[in-house]
Design a protein around this ligand. Sequence first.
Ligand SMILES: O=P(O)(O)OC[C@H]1O[C@@H](O)[C@H](O)[C@@H](O)[C@@H]1O
Length: 329
Amino acid sequence: MASLAGSFYLLFDSVLLESRLSSSAQVDADQIKLFASATLRGGVRASANLKSDTSLGVRTAEGNGGLPKVLLSSVRGSEAEIYLFGACITSWKPAGGKDLLFLRPDAVFNGQKPISGGIPHCFPQFGPGPMQQHGFARNLEWNLLDSENSRDEPAVTLKLEDSLYTRSMWDFGFQALYKVRLQGKSLSTSLTITNTDLKPFSFTTALHTYFRASISGALVKGLKGCRTLNKDPDPTNPVEGKEERDVVTFPGFVDCIYLGASNELLLENGLGDTLTIKNTDWPDAVLWNPNTQMESSYREFVCVENAQIGVVQMEPGQSWVAEQHISLT
Ligand SMILES: O=P(O)(O)OC[C@H]1O[C@@H](O)[C@H](O)[C@@H](O)[C@@H]1O
């Protein structure tokens, strides 16, 4: 039985919290975890489960609307911000300072609607389909499962599991683990989906990354030769084709799926930055810009999404894993 070994006061941004450190008799200090439970503004409860040795590079804070967020910071000067709501990465600043992700001006932080912008999840449905657009994962609070900070690469792992709410839409037991790791000039994510049910299920998924851009100068390389499903003009009835261009630009509305995409794309954001978007086992990609359908902001971003558009069939106990690495070159 664990004994109460001590209690600490943590400064949780402006919120002073009491957290209790429980440990068994002999515990390596590096392994001790701080379990902090905080009531944040607006009555939102955040549970932080941070290892003590990560405190310099991983901390929790109160975000917009009182929603809990995790801040990663590297001594090399890079930073990232992840909201537990939707496990949405809302900011990524490589060393040097500017945010390469884009948060839409219409983004809301009310714990009801998905956060629009950054890197939201699409799971268990990319869509359109029977469920809400892009599924429910971006519309639920994930749990902070673990943290680490080895070799100055702060990382957190968030977890989402089935609940009565998810089962009302998709009646399967599942576990989603999402590890986000910050390096000096890169941000890496690893998504693991496990079938914890006794019956098979199938899903589609994507990381709906909004990159800050100047639409007139933004371009993507690496898609030539892909089979395409163009969702313009009818997303429910995409037109099949093949990408013939070396360089894809955004002269108007763009909503296109690229099947069997390369595991390395290159994005020039039109603001002077070149990014590589590498992946392991994300088989497809999606480009999206709404043009004048989003008059107030479309000039300022492009979505380049690593995706799994082909349906994945999963037997009980099976896991699916895919990684994304975005880097400033
Ligand atoms: O739900 P959001 O963030 O507004 O994104 C919507 C768009 O997301 C894209 O991934 C889809 O290809 C589009 O069809 C869709 O309209």
